[in-house]
Write a protein that binds this ligand. Structure first.
Ligand SMILES: Nc1ncnc2c1ncn2[C@@H]1O[C@H](COP(=O)(O)OP(=O)(O)O)[C@@H](O)[C@H]1O
Ligand SMILES: Cc1ncc(COP(=O)(O)O)c(N)n1
Length: 274
């Protein structure tokens, strides 16, 4: 049986981030991807040009349609946009016992708002306590904890604060903090353990949708039955290949290459051989 995955996120009509990146990633990692759309963005590699939110009752109608019919193995959330949507989604997900990966999407790389300021409290109060894994980037961790992160010690401290907000685990993504030419992510557990995932840092402007793709890959791995460490290792390989084997699409910050991980696997039999 192919596991069913679900993303609850915004549409990126440009295909590089949001729902579209999630479904491409779910597909590449051999899961059956389903989606609940929270907002439409008019977006390309140059930026977000407009946003239209989906009414929260229609978000829930989509969510019910999926959960009432499919045995979903893992769920991720991305752009949730408003406190109305966050409250409605949290209330519905609370009734399920499905692993939940939360990517606390706030601001697009071009600077557009993907989470209204009024929605931050709802995210902290209603959604974060439901998370199996929370996947903030550095600016998101700063916003959620109201701290400034410049050193690795700051990363550790922010992770400790985030764990107090209820998620079982936090993976602090290192895309926005340069460490010895590496892109290093850290997984924090409640018992104090920390696991580190590191790859070479690729010098490229084409990182549109990296966070979405990474959290979708973790979700697919969990759906497949991998443990969290294995799922993150696979997601890290997936995103490394997707960034390093870029497609050169669009005139701005281009999307990543969702085919690259499987292309590497087909060529070498080992996606780690980079
Ligand atoms: N230039 C890069 N080279 C290699 N890996 C990267 C690069 N930028 C980001 N990553 C990786 O991509 C994933 C997404 O990270 P990040 O860019 O921090 O998230 P977001 O897209 O949410 O801002 C992480 O695993 C991170 O380490
Ligand atoms: C609909 C939507 N969701 C999420 C992102 C964040 O993208 P990134 O992963 O590059 O921060 C985006 N630009 N658009």
């Amino acid at each position: 049986m192919i596991p069913v995955t679900l993303t609850i996120a915004g549409s990126d009509c440009g295909g590089g981030a949001g729902i579209q990146a999630d479904l491409k990633t779910f597909q590449e990692l051999q899961t059956f991807g389903t989606s609940v759309i929270t907002a439409l963005t008019a977006q390309n590699t140059l930026g977000v040009h407009d946003v239209q939110a989906v009414p929260s009752d229609f978000v829930i109608a989509q969510l019910n349609a999926i959960l009432d019919d499919f045995d979903v193995s893992a769920i991720k959330t991305g752009m949730l946009f408003s406190s109305d949507i966050i409250r409605a989604v949290s209330e519905r997900l609370q009734q399920e016992k499905i692993p939940l990966i939360i990517d606390p999407v706030m601001i697009a790389k071009g600077g557009a708002t993907l989470l209204k300021t009024e929605a931050m409290d709802a995210m902290i109060t209603h959604l974060l306590p439901l998370a199996t894994i929370l996947t903030p980037n550095i600016p998101e961790a700063e916003q959620l904890t109201n701290t400034k992160i410049t050193t690795i010690d700051d990363v550790h401290q922010a992770a400790a604060l985030l764990l107090q907000m209820g998620p079982e685990m936090i993976i602090m993504k290192g895309g926005h903090i340069a460490e010895d030419h590496a892109a290093t992510d850290r997984l924090y557990f409640k018992d104090g353990r920390v696991l580190t995932y590191s790859s070479q840092r690729i010098a490229t402007k084409d990182t549109h949708g990296t966070g979405c793709t990474f959290s979708a890959a973790i979700t697919a791995g969990i759906a497949y039955g991998l443990n969290v460490d294995e799922a993150i290792k696979q997601a890290k390989d997936f995103i490394f290949h997707a960034i390093s084997d870029g497609l050169g699409i669009g005139h701005g910050h281009g999307p990543t290459n969702h085919f690259a991980f499987n292309n590497a696997l087909r060529k070498t039999g080992d996606p780690d051989a980079h």
